[in-house]
Design a protein around this ligand. Structure first.
Ligand code: SF4
Length: 269
């Protein structure tokens, strides 16, 4: 379900949601309902959800209807949970549940915590997909409530990290260390992006940084072009038009180099 109803107000008890996807199988274990909160402190140049970045509702061209539509809807916890609860039986049979994603869902901490609490009251587990960029107190308070965390690490070089995401790396690493030492099950993921971080030397750079923080396992996510059309729909430039999507086979050497430096890696498809 794409949420596109225009917002009328932003009362504090509501959160800004830009999409709710039912029957997702790529955002944590089992069958899940993925709740995408709008707003992100990063600006990754390859972002496949550019409509998620802004912290307010925004206009986007809708190819299906052939007219502009507003992306982002202020919703209450009860309104979100009404959608999530539709598939409770599927969660129970598949080991699934609700996933909070974005954007960066932690940018709306009170709303995120309220959703987690509401899901847990219904015996629904909650996965969080995060960039790791949040104030440490916010990050830890949310991580401690989640059942599973998927956290991206996008670059190992602090200067290059700023260039490609417009965000600084140290706070993300501080939060990564917290997550690694927490009791919350988790996985660190590296989105492997052509021309950004995809060479065997980059793999060595990641391995050096990750092992410094005690992280010895990652999941590699090959670059894809799912977001390509959205940049045109938002009338924004996109710098990866000519970059081919990567396959798991393309990442074989990258994985080998990581593993030869002490980091085991799986590759998602
Ligand atoms: S952290 Fe995720 S949502 Fe935010 S800009 Fe990067 S890819 Fe997009």
């Amino acid at each position: 379900m794409t949420v596109s109803r225009a917002a009328e107000a932003s009362p504090e008890e509501k959160g800004l949601v830009f999409d709710i996807q039912r029957f997702s199988i790529h955002d944590g274990p089992g069958i899940r309902t993925c709740v995408f909160l709008k707003g992100c402190p990063l600006r990754c140049a390859w972002c496949s959800n550019p409509e998620s970045q802004g912290r307010q509702p925004e206009l986007m061209w809708d190819r299906r209807s052939g007219r502009s539509t507003t992306v982002g809807d202020w919703m209450t916890v009860d309104e979100v949970m009404a959608v999530v609860l539709r598939d409770k039986d599927y969660y129970e049979h598949s080991g699934g549940g609700m996933t909070l994603s974005g954007g960066e869902f932690m940018i709306q901490p009170e709303f995120s915590l309220a959703l987690i609490e509401a899901a847990h009251r219904q015996q629904i587990t909650v996965v969080g997909e995060t960039s790791g960029l949040a104030q440490p107190a916010v990050f830890s308070s949310i991580v401690d409530q989640l059942d599973f965390v998927m956290m991206d690490v996008k670059h190992y070089d602090p200067m290059r990290h700023v260039e490609v995401t417009r965000a600084r790396l140290p706070l993300i690493l501080q939060n990564a260390a917290y997550l690694e030492n927490s009791r919350t099950p988790h996985v660190f993921r590296i989105p492997v992006i052509p021309g950004v971080n995809d060479t065997p030397d980059d793999a060595e750079g990641f391995a050096e940084m990750l092992t410094e923080y005690g992280i010895t396992a990652v999941e590699l996510v090959p670059f894809h072009q799912y977001g390509k059309g959205k940049y045109a729909d938002l009338d924004r430039p996109y710098g990866f038009e000519d970059s081919p999507s990567l396959t798991p086979e393309d990442l074989t050497e990258f994985r080998s180099r990581l593993e030869s430096h002490g980091v085991t890696a799986s590759i998602s498809d």
